[in-house]
Design a protein around this ligand. Structure first.
Ligand code: FAD
Length: 500
């Protein structure tokens, strides 16, 4: 409330003006925080709608979220609205997704996660007698890792590793397990390969493998178990609409269908932006939510950064006749050759023969995803980066992937015939790259390897061009809806620290 009054009264930075390129959740969050700090903000989004990767598609009246289908860390969104003197609940209802995720293996093995401790314990015991004890120890350890990460590490703009980690006590440093792999860290609590594979599979979206990413990332499965997984009523896009509404209420101007073609700078100082039609806008501060490497190379005329990117994806959107029986909100299919699948994903140069993938049927949590006898089924297959997939015949590959997905669904009793798909859209990495300007077609942005996290991640400002800032998945703190919302906040803190 205080912050709103400040804007209306025009105190604290009146006249400061910033242009934001892109209205993904990172850009919208930056716009809100800039308004809170008293800046005049104009957002320019190339697409016809806001939300970026978290967009919406409608087939035969059935709605689909294009990218994210689940929400974690709801407190991040609550804090965003609270910062603006509002309550998230006034804009949006969050529906719990519990049981949350079911993992399935080719031999019929399965594991269902839940935030209900009793249910989770029983499920772990089924796979590994005695695992309940390991689960308790795992949750206690990961809870401490989570506290350290979010209370001491993530929310700071610090590039000096010594200063970054100086907030931790020796005990806390030991707890981070940065030198141990996620796989090894999970192995300290569970003997069951299945439990290890399931909880380690989060690495798929981070651009590494559980054998290489640091043990600290056990906070990912922990965060979902302890704080739950959620679906905004109406889908993830309802969250985007709520955040856009908040940004507009705060006074941010948002223009869609307005592509920036160049970031203007002179003598090492940003000067503004140029649009596709040649028009220019002066602005002493530019925040780019376009993917960071693309911002540098295509918009700012800077050299390409040396960055490892997370994988690309092929996504299927199916308006299916009826409702596939036995299909929960989120099912992850893991292949029998788990380690090989990660190698293929990260280093291969073809669409994997037996890929890991997931299927989401959001009507299991929100019945509005089913319309007039049709229901929304979404499938996501991570594939190597587009630049590794030269010469791929996407038509043939998507047909093969569709068959694989439908076969595996049938094998686990949740199948439907291809003829039940009344309408289909497929987005290959080519579509993802072109629609949202994703570097190398990477779906999740810069990878979260040890050398690209924390103080080593690309910072949220340009070292070459004063006044140019970045926000979103490829900068700090990282990828995923909550992280890009935090990214917007950190970017504005950085700007404020520079203009003081
Ligand atoms: C298939 C898929 C599934 C995912 N699932 C989940 C999930 O379940 N949970 C989760 O938390 N996260 C998930 N993620 C990750 C999450 O979607 C992203 O981390 C997040 O949405 C990125 O937000 P952003 O603001 O950084 O970028 P974006 O959403 O990419 O937004 C950037 C915006 O900038 C615009 N833009 C680019 N160039 C220009 C230009 N020149 N001029 C003007 N505008 C421009 C783009 O059009 C876009 O709207 C998923 C991602 C994908 C692709």
């Amino acid at each position: 409330m205080g912050a709103l009054t400040q804007i209306q009264a025009g105190k604290g930075g009146q006249g400061r003006r910033a242009a934001v390129i892109g209205a993904g959740l990172g850009g919208l969050s930056a716009a809100i925080h800039l308004r809170l700090a008293g800046w005049k903000v104009t957002v320019f989004e190339a697409g016809q709608t806001t939300g970026g990767r978290a967009n919406r598609l409608t087939l035969r009246g059935v709605r689909f979220d294009t990218g994210p289908t689940l929400l974690n860390y709801p407190w991040v969104f609550e804090e965003l609205f609270q910062a603006a003197g509002k309550e998230l609940g006034q804009y949006l209802k969050l529906l719990p997704v519990d049981p949350s995720v079911t993992y399935r293996w080719p031999d019929g093995g399965h594991l269902t996660l839940s935030s209900n401790l009793e249910r989770l314990r029983a499920e772990f015991e089924r796979l590994e007698p005695g695992a309940a004890r390991g689960l308790e120890r795992f949750l206690a350890d990961a809870s401490e890792k989570f506290r350290i990460t979010f209370h001491k590490l993530v929310l700071q703009n610090e590039e000096n590793p010594l200063r970054y980690f100086s907030r931790l006590t020796a005990r806390e440093i030991l707890r981070t397990a940065l030198w141990r792999s996620m796989h090894a860290e999970l192995g300290r609590y569970f003997r069951s390969a299945r439990i290890g594979e399931a909880l380690g599979s989060y690495a798929m979206y981070l651009g590494g493998s559980p054998f290489e990413l640091p043990g600290l990332f056990t906070i990912l499965p922990y965060g979902e178990l302890a704080q739950g997984l959620w679906l905004p009523e109406g889908g993830i896009y309802a969250l985007v609409e709520a955040v856009e509404k908040l940004a507009r209420e705060m006074g941010a101007e948002i223009h869609t269908g307005r592509r920036v073609s160049q970031i203007l700078h002179r003598n090492g100082q940003v000067a503004g932006v140029r649009f596709e039609d040649g028009a220019e806008l002066e602005s002493p501060v530019v925040v780019s939510n376009a993917d960071l490497p693309v911002t540098l190379t295509e918009l700012a005329g800077q050299p390409a950064p040396r960055l490892k990117m997370s994988p690309s994806v092929v996504t299927f959107y199916w308006a299916v006749k009826g409702r596939p029986g036995g299909l929960g909100h989120h099912t992850i299919f893991l292949p029998s050759e788990y380690a090989a699948a990660f190698r293929e994903l990260n280093f291969g140069s073809s669409v994997p023969a037996d890929p890991a993938f997931y299927v989401a049927a959001p009507d299991a949590s929100d019945s509005s995803f089913a319309q007039d006898g049709l229901s929304a089924v979404f499938a996501l297959v991570p594939v190597p980066l587009l630049r590794r997939l030269n010469g791929v015949d996407w038509k043939a590959e998507t047909e093969r992937l569709r068959e694989t997905i439908l076969r595996k669904l049938r094998d686990c009793g949740a199948g439907f015939a291809a003829s039940c798909i009344q309408e289909e859209k497929v987005w290959t990495p080519v579509e993802w790259k072109e629609r949202f300007g994703l570097y190398e077609g990477s779906a999740f942005g810069a990878a979260h390897t040890l050398v690209q996290m924390g103080p080593f991640r690309p910072p949220n400002y340009s070292r070459r061009v004063r006044g140019l800032y970045f926000t979103g998945a490829s900068t700090t703190p990282g990828t995923g809806l909550p992280m890009v919302v935090l990214s917007g906040k950190l970017t504005v803190q950085r700007i404020q620290s520079h203009v003081r």
